[in-house]
Design a protein around this ligand. Structure first.
Ligand code: GLN
Length: 503
């Protein structure tokens, strides 16, 4: 690994702006790294070398001409393959989109390009972002760079693994129930799910529209904050996107730099932890809370009694929206088409959907269709919506006595590939701590808080803030990061032998 691929995004941006190094050199170094290790990690589904190098050259030319660009201009980034980016296929890791090319860019991609970021390629995910391990991807799983026989989390395992293996300094993820935060936790990286509506969903393949939100991922808090500020903002093409005002409009990077939690009231959520959680995860979480106390925070315990129902609530609402959103893949409008020339519409639909969707997508479609069907709607979907309101109220009550809430991000560290694929419920439990946040539409992030003493794998610390107070997530995350040496023990830092060669 060259020195360049080890550097943080902010530092790369500074060096590129001062012409100490060119964006082309940095971009080429990332592709060399991808070539060396991605055979083992499998973070990327597609790479885009030629176009990326051209984009890097264009940035270098503008800088040489004296133009003042943003702090991340010329810095490479990996994008989850759920976001449309013209010129590359967008697959959502599904066979059903085989051969489909997006006719436009997602707003997030547009914002990246406008800010001068260089897109390296598209990263692997669970099929249609349904999963917690990337194992439901039609193109095979991604491997955790910390231990190649372990999951990198999901659904955004590719983006997290690209960061953890030093293939890219920045990545974009999406989070419907935890798909940014859980992969961040198990790969020792940082990931934030912004407040619902803060980032445009335009051009991002819809999974569960009332829960989906794209967000920034990086190896440290400040880089994540810089990327956050690039992608947020109102977009008239997404009716649910919100206008940021006041402190929100100032941006979160300033807050990430301050890293001060003196007098901040931090609530530890009683229901997110304890029995059933890996002891090493609990231990590191408690230690991190103490670190924040030493830094001057006031810690209180809070109870959110309805959280015990969040998994059940999510797995009614989420599949209901999935069944509706995935109905557009009918074998005619996009991608894969099965059935002979004489096939009827219904035969084409049956054959295409049967062949195109994997088992988990089919499971969610069936669950969702059932929850929405006449006669069951009130009992299932209707009840879940009521419980969703009660969960959001639990947060509101907790925020009367604290500024942020904290919990472990996940109940365990990275489990083994294959360990939970045949047990959907066990897989769903990975998102126990992250799901309530999506149901309430608020902001949360995961930051590393050390390695678990029982298996030596990274543990994630979740920080949850009220709607549109995303800056508080960064404030606490930065304070914790400053107090902990989060990269300690990273197997790839010494780089001997390089990961790809170790296999
Ligand atoms: N793992 C959760 C699920 O399978 C969350 C996925 C996501 O956030 N996209 O639904």
């Amino acid at each position: 690994m060259t020195e360049l691929t080890r550097l943080d995004a902010a530092e790369l941006g500074r060096r590129i702006a001062s012409r100490e190094v060119s964006s082309r050199e940095v971009t080429a170094a990332c592709f060399d790294r991808i070539e060396a290790v991605d055979g083992a990690v499998r973070a990327f589904l597609t790479t885009d070398r030629e176009r990326a190098l051209q984009a890097a050259d264009a940035i270098d030319t503008r800088i040489a001409a004296g133009e003042k660009l943003g702090p991340l201009a010329g810095v490479p980034i990996a994008v989850k393959d759920l976001l449309c980016y013209q010129g590359l296929p967008t697959t959502a890791s599904s066979r059903i989109l085989e051969g489909w090319m997006p006719p436009y860019n997602s707003t997030v991609v547009e914002r990246l390009l406008d800010a001068g970021l260089v897109i390296l390629g598209k990263t692997n995910l669970d099929e249609f972002a349904l999963g917690s391990s990337t194992e439901t991807s039609a193109f095979g799983p991604t491997h955790n760079p910390w231990a190649l026989d372990r999951i990198p989390g999901g659904s955004g395992g590719g983006s997290a693994a690209a960061l953890a293996s030093f293939e890219a300094p920045l990545a974009i993820g999406t989070d419907t129930g935890g798909s940014i935060r859980q992969p961040a936790a198990v790969t020792g990286t940082v990931g934030v799910k912004p407040t619902y509506g803060a980032v445009s969903r335009y051009g991002i393949i819809a999974v569960a529209s009332s829960l989906d939100q794209a967000g920034p991922c990086a190896r440290n808090v400040y880089d994540t904050a810089l990327l956050h500020d690039v992608i947020v903002g109102r977009d008239p093409r997404d009716g649910t996107s919100v206008e940021l005002s006041g402190t929100q409009a100032v941006g979160v990077a300033d807050m990430a730099r301050r890293a001060d939690v003196k007098g901040l009231r931090i609530g530890v959520v009683k229901e997110l932890g304890g029995e059933g959680y890996q002891p090493g995860v609990e231990q590191r979480f408690r230690e991190a809370v103490q670190v924040l106390v030493q830094a001057g925070a006031e810690v209180v315990e809070v109870s959110c009694p309805h959280f015990v129902h969040s998994l059940a609530t999510y797995y009614l609402i989420m599949p209901a929206e999935v069944s509706s959103n995935l109905s557009r893949y009918d074998g005619m409008r996009y991608g894969l088409r099965k059935g002979g020339p004489d096939a009827t519409t219904e035969q084409v639909m049956r054959a295409s959907r049967g062949a195109g969707f994997g088992a988990e997508a089919k499971r969610r479609i069936i669950l969702g269709t059932y929850a929405l069907s006449a006669g069951y709607y009130d009992a299932y979907y209707g009840s879940a919506q009521k419980m969703r309101t009660l969960i959001a109220r639990d947060f509101a009550v907790a925020y009367e006595v604290c500024d942020v809430l904290v919990s472990p991000t996940t109940p365990t560290t990275a489990f083994k590939l294959g360990e939970k694929v045949d047990d959907p419920l066990a897989m769903y439990m990975s998102d126990l701590c992250t799901i309530p946040v999506n149901l309430a539409g608020i902001a949360a992030g995961s930051v590393p808080c050390g390695l678990s003493p029982d298996d030596g794998l990274p543990v994630g610390f979740q920080i949850i803030a009220p709607a549109l107070q995303d800056a508080r997530v960064y404030q606490v995350a930065a304070a914790l990061e400053a107090a902990l040496d989060t990269q300690r023990g990273h197997p790839l830092l010494d780089d001997a032998p390089a990961l790809g060669e170790a296999r």
